[in-house]
Design a binder for this molecule. Structure first.
Ligand code: AMP
Ligand code: MG
Length: 429
């Protein structure tokens, strides 16, 4: 029998994300907000910096007093006091006067510029030094020099972070600067995850003949954590319709926002997952024109979206990356740009079967761009070539092969050590 036409990756993605509603929001302590998604725009309640302050350690002066100053013609000023960072009392600076000032201290009244300590006869560093009675200034400054005006960074009332922003460490810093101690974020998306298969046993159980350990259950929970979701691990279901249904019921009782399974979705005599979804839930589609990962079930169970990923670990990983990650973003209201994509030059020919393909590869930088090669076997059960990969090569549907030297679209794998010492270097062998 000829194969029925399959959904394209794009069509599948559209259907997977079409009906998802964002989960609710909660205010949480700022220290827990890394990686969470803002559920409202954040407006600045005050400017940053909140007051005009010095960008240098030195002396606050009146620019007009030092207009003629030069290294061979220093200007003497009387030091009337000190403006130290954090001190609330400030000296006033009159004509012919200066105040010692530290970086971040408010500009004292009367002063309109700062002379860095390097341009004076004051010894440096100034730590522990008594306040001098006077200083010689060997350089002119203009009004405003070395002063950071109030609002230089952020104007009061402006939106500093948009709704849907996935909070980064630098965002946390900005929120702290603005006194936002409990940002409103989407609550974590709760994802029930279980593996299926009579051959699958828990990680701490002995391997009896014919058994394998539950690699997918742990990997999917980790992918969920990495994506900012809360995995609800339900363990393993045997290859019977009843066992699968029991687990689906547990997922529903646990009030999951999404149910994720692996295996049991293909054509085998013991693949019951699709059948259970079809009979007791709602089946939307169950195959996509992709390699790896063609058998992919999408539907719902008791109004909870359901995704049945393929059993082969690499297929499960790739389909999570391509399909589940965008679903999670839709559920948590994240505005995400998706993975980083670069064009790379192939160093070897590769074959393909015409399905849209995602191949495990190592990408590295050369003087004029990027090059890539496969990390090894592309069998969807081979996990080590995924472990070694830092990128996926995307071959569009209809591609039957590429030659060495051809350009190929390359998706960087998030967190695959691009920042580490392995980053984008030529592999050793
Ligand atoms: P299936 O989709 O049930 O035909 O499974 C496809 C392949 O994935 C088979 O080789 C299974 O043994 C394997 N597999 C199924 N579940 C898991 C799992 N949880 N961890 C690792 N491999 C699995
Ligand atoms: Mg199976």
């Amino acid at each position: 029998m000829p194969d029925k036409p399959l959904l394209s990756v794009e069509q599948a993605l559209e259907r997977l994300t079409a009906d998802l509603k964002p989960v609710g929001a909660e205010a949480i302590p700022l220290v827990e907000a890394l990686g969470r998604v803002l559920a409202e725009p954040v407006r600045a309640s005050h400017p940053l910096p909140p007051f005009a302050n010095s960008s240098m350690d030195g002396f606050a002066v009146r620019a007009a007093d030092v207009q003629q100053a030069a290294s061979d013609q220093p200007v003497q000023l009387a030091v009337v006091g000190e403006a130290a960072a954090g001190a609330e009392a400030l000296p006033s600076v009159g004509p012919g006067q200066a105040a010692r000032i530290t970086t971040g201290a408010p500009i004292p009244p009367g002063a309109d510029a700062v002379v860095p300590v390097e341009a004076t006869d004051s010894p440096e560093p100034m730590a522990g030094q008594a306040l001098p009675k006077q200083i010689a200034v060997g350089r002119s400054v203009a009004a405003g020099d070395y002063i950071r005006p109030a609002g230089l960074d952020v104007q009061a009332g402006s939106v500093v972070l948009e709704h849907g922003r996935v909070l980064q460490p630098q965002d946390i810093g900005l929120l702290a600067a603005l006194g936002v101690d409990r940002p409103l974020v989407s609550r974590k998306v709760r994802v029930a995850v279980f593996s299926t298969g009579d051959e699958v046993v828990e990680v701490d159980k002995p391997l009896r003949p014919g058994k394998i350990r539950d690699s997918n259950g742990y990997m999917l929970a980790a992918l969920l954590q990495q994506a900012g979701a809360e995995p609800l691990r339900l363990g393993i279901a045997a290859d019977t319709p009843q066992a699968v249904e029991d687990q689906l019921n547990r997922a529903s009782e646990a009030r999951a926002d999404l149910i994720l399974t692996s295996a049991g979705v293909s054509m085998g005599a013991h693949d019951f997952v699709r059948q259970v979804i079809e009979q007791h839930g709602r089946l939307d589609f169950w195959r996509v024109n992709i390699r790896p990962g063609k058998p992919l079930v999408y539907g719902g169970y008791r109004n909870i979206p359901f995704v049945g990923l393929p059993g082969n670990p690499v297929s499960a990983w790739v389909t999570f990356y391509l399909f589940v990650a965008p679903m999670l973003d839709a559920l948590r209201g994240a505005v995400s740009g998706g993975p980083l994509v670069v064009d790379a030059e192939l160093v070897e020919p590769i074959e393909s079967d015409g399905r849209e393909s995602y191949l495990r590869a190592h990408l590295w930088r050369v003087s004029d761009g990027y090059v890539a090669r496969l990390t090894g076997s592309q069998d969807s059960g081979v996990l080590t070539s995924l472990v070694e990969a830092n990128a996926l090569l995307r071959l569009p549907a209809g591609t039957l092969g590429l030659k060495a030297g051809d350009k190929v679209e390359t998706w960087l794998i998030a967190g695959a050590g691009h920042e580490s010492r392995h980053s984008l270097r030529r592999p050793s062998a």
